[in-house]
Design a binder for this molecule. Sequence first.
Ligand code: NAD
Length: 312
Amino acid sequence: ASSTQPIRATLFPGDGIGPEIADSVKQVFNAAEVPIEWEEHFVGDKVDPRTESFLTWESLESVRRNRVGLKGPMATPIGKGHRSLNLTLRKELGLYANVRPCYSLPGYRTRYDDVNLVTIRENTEGEYSGLEHQVVRGVVESLKIITRQASLRVAEYAFHYAKTHGRQKVSAIHKANIMRKTDGLFLKLVKNPTLFDVLVMPNLYGDIISDLCAGLIGGLGLTPSCNIGEGGIALAEAVHGSAPDIAGKNLANPTALLLSSVAMLRHLELHDKADQIHDAILKTIADGKYRTVDLGGTSSTTDFTKAVCNNL
Ligand code: NAD
């Protein structure tokens, strides 16, 4: 970390508000003199036959080479003949766990002021296997796949995460009383605790519960995440989507993507820069003078970003 050689990382600005909040990250990284050199990749406008999606092969190669990156939200264009962008990334890069820390921000009051938990979502199977078919007319079937291998892999990661982040407990979230076989298999591998600290769970529950957790602390504008992939790949991204309702209006809260970039810096063990940026974001929100509209303020994305840079 002390070397002057910049570290290469892949950046997907993404769709909708993605480019605006990615700009915010680039500005803050410049101001903080973070030794990162971005390799920027945009979602293509035609299907790349090598990925069967609008993601280019070169962009996936960039992540595979750099092993680290930051991703803005991606809206999947509706239509046939291509795969969802997010699904393509997960499958092609083997992104098996999505880590979503969620903690109350000092100075920003919500109904709950002491939330501090981490959800770890199994990212490759469960209800998201994409295996659906019609059994007979009027009856369709969607297969929920749970395998021993993927359950064990995400459970091991959850305990690894807990140990390396000073967390005390890992809880498995399940409905094994109803789904005895699938959730039962998941539970058998991770059964334990009482207190919520780190929560590990199958794909669909992860989607729902982490969005609920975001609601506890002030909404989707605030919650970061990091995808962990095979061979040590880390691709950080905000939990939220492309927010088409506010895209291009300089209204988006860049906090979630900024905190995701902080997670990326921690993964790279650039802890000084990570702390500096993290503290500047929290100070800006706590001061209350510059807050975006989703937090009840009137600041634009760019004003908030400037305030964070000034607080570095
Ligand atoms: P969304 O997260 O984009 O928006 C939900 C609501 O939250 C909207 O009102 C939006 O304005 C608000 N919001 C989200 N992020 C915000 C921010 N940073 N600042 C202020 N307000 C914010 O969810 P959606 O509308 O269900 O999805 C829109 C598109 O995004 C869809 O095409 C979906 O497939 C895609 N999506 C992508 C990802 C991803 O790339 N990881 C995740 C979720 C959804």
